[in-house]
Every structure is written in structure tokens, then in C-alpha cells.
Design a protein around this ligand. Structure first.
Ligand code: OOG
Ligand code: NI
Length: 267
């Protein structure tokens, strides 16, 4: 595991960019210079609730670099459970980790997912690079499609594995934009397709968090039986509002998160 939070995030970012070319365009559009003046509010990772690779196993990599567990979230219809983590340095991105509760899924899904996870070398899970190591299995396009019919989340995991599925622009820290509407307008004008599930803007000032996101880039994956183009990763935008004590809300909103998950659904 890393002991340097900045090294961990630099690797997560490079790995995310390698399959999300639109992220560079987002930075060009919203940053005042070319690149590095975007502050990320949070990132997210996904997994399965199988002991070997559970949410807790991913979380251990963040606890090792100074993160603390802060909130938990339930997504009944999608059969997901999630927690979020914060660093003692508020400039470090928050982290949202979810896991698919496979025991609530079909026998077929359980068998496919168990077969994938069985192919992971147990030592890989604690290695420095686990959170940006991608897939550890061979999977064919028919299996991907079988998963897709039951759970977009499971299919995404089969294709992409362990990596950040999004980074999130902290709108509060942008110099040229005040509102999420103005960010969304700039994105649409530049040709980005936004996730409209539950409306372009998820949440409100009342729940202290407004969020929007692009639809994931299309990217060609090498399955064991050939190539197929599938959704990869996306960019999210978050505007936080102050709580009664004047400090910005740092948590997530389950009803909004439920819709953000759909940013990796097929267009
Ligand atoms: C995470 C979706 C939830 C948020 O900010 O509420 C989320 C995911 O797609 O894995 O990122
Ligand atoms: Ni998010």
C-alpha cells in the first residue's frame, strides 16, 4: 500500500485519464489556465462484497494514507452499499467506495462474479497499485452482456475492474463559474453529453449538495473473444453549501448518488 496520499492520487489520475480522454477537455474548459487549477472534490471506486475484494479491502488503501470513514449509504434497488472517507487535510479529495451485494443477485451473476474474483492473486489486493490495477481476469463479451442485462454496475466492473470511475470538479473552488447551471451550460456548449437521469442537476441547496456529471466516454475493451466499445469513466461536478455552523457539507446524498451511478450506463 502507498504511504503517500499524493502518489496514490497521481497514479489514480493517470490510470483514469488513460481510458477517459474527455477529462483533459473538461480541465481545459473549466480551468483558468490549461490544466492544474482544478480541485477535485472526490473520486469513486467500485467492487463486490466478496471478502477478498470487499469495500473494506479497498478502504484499507485510503486508511493507510490518512483517511477516516465518515458516512454510509444504501441503494436498495441497485443492490449496492457504500461508504465515504475524508482526509484530515480538507484539500485532499473525498473518497466514495461502493460494493455490489452479490448475495442479493441471481445465481448466474454470483457464479460469473465469483469466477472473476477467483482469478485475482490475493497478494494483488494489498499491492501499492491495486486501486489502479484494472481487471485481473479474462472475460468474454457474452459474459459482459449477461451481466449487463442484470446489473450495469456488475458489467462495468467486469470490463474495468479496479480504478477510479470518476473524478469530480469542486465547483466551489472554480474561479470562472459560480453555479452548477453555468458549468452544465459550458459543458453542453462544448458538446459534452450530460447524465440526465433524475434531471441534469441532482440534489439542491436544501440537501447542501448539487451534482451533475458527463456520460462516460466510449472506449474499446479487449474481451477474450474480441473487441467491444463500452462506457468507461466520467467526470462529475459538485457544488457544496454551508451547514448551520457555516462549514461546507462534506457528505453525499444517497438519492443523488443513485442517479450518478447511471453515468456509466450505455448512451
Ligand atoms: C458512484 C456514484 C455516486 C456521488 O458523488 O454521489 C457518486 C459511482 O458511480 O461509483 O459518485
Ligand atoms: Ni461522485
Amino acid at each position: 500500500m502507498h504511504n503517500d496520499v499524493n502518489a496514490l492520487f497521481a497514479n489514480l489520475w493517470d490510470n483514469y485519464l488513460s481510458v477517459t480522454p474527455s477529462a483533459v477537455e473538461v480541465h481545459k474548459l473549466l480551468g483558468t489556465t490549461q490544466q492544474d487549477d482544478i480541485i477535485n472534490d472526490h473520486i469513486a471506486l467500485r467492487t463486490f462484497n466478496i471478502e477478498k475484494v470487499s469495500l473494506e479491502k479497498l478502504a484499507a488503501h485510503f486508511l493507510a494514507v490518512g483517511y477516516k470513514e465518515c458516512g454510509e449509504y444504501h441503494f436498495e434497488a441497485k443492490k449496492l452499499y457504500a461508504k465515504h472517507f475524508e482526509h484530515s487535510d480538507p484539500k485532499q479529495p473525498k473518497v466514495f467506495i461502493s460494493e455490489l451485494l452479490i448475495d442479493q443477485c441471481s445465481e448466474q451473476l454470483q457464479k460469473i462474479v465469483t469466477d472473476l474474483v477467483d482469478q485475482i492473486d490475493p497478494d494483488a489486493v494489498t499491492a501499492d497499485n491495486f486501486l489502479y490495477s484494472g481487471t485481473h481476469w479474462s472475460v468474454d463479451s457474452q459474459t459482459y452482456k449477461a451481466l449487463l442485462a442484470e446489473s450495469e454496475y456488475a458489467a462495468w466492473m467486469a470490463a474495468w475492474g479496479y480504478r477510479a470511475n470518476h473524478f469530480t470538479v469542486n465547483i466551489n473552488e472554480l474561479k470562472n463559474f459560480e453555479t452548477i447551471e453555468s458549468v452544465n451550460d459550458a459543458l453542453k456548449k462544448a458538446g459534452f453529453a450530460l447524465n440526465t437521469s433524475g434531471g441534469e442537476i441532482k440534489g439542491s441547496a436544501e440537501v447542501l449538495l448539487e451534482q451533475s456529471s458527463t456520460l462516460a466516454d466510449d472506449y474499446t475493451v479487449q474481451f477474450s473473444d474480441g473487441e467491444m466499445t463500452v462506457p468507461s469513466c466520467f467526470y462529475e461536478f459538485a457544488l457544496r453549501y454551508p451547514m448551520a455552523n457555516g462549514e461546507l457539507y462534506t457528505g453525499f446524498v444517497a438519492a443523488s448518488a443513485d442517479k450518478i451511478f447511471e453515468s456509466t450506463n450505455a448512451r
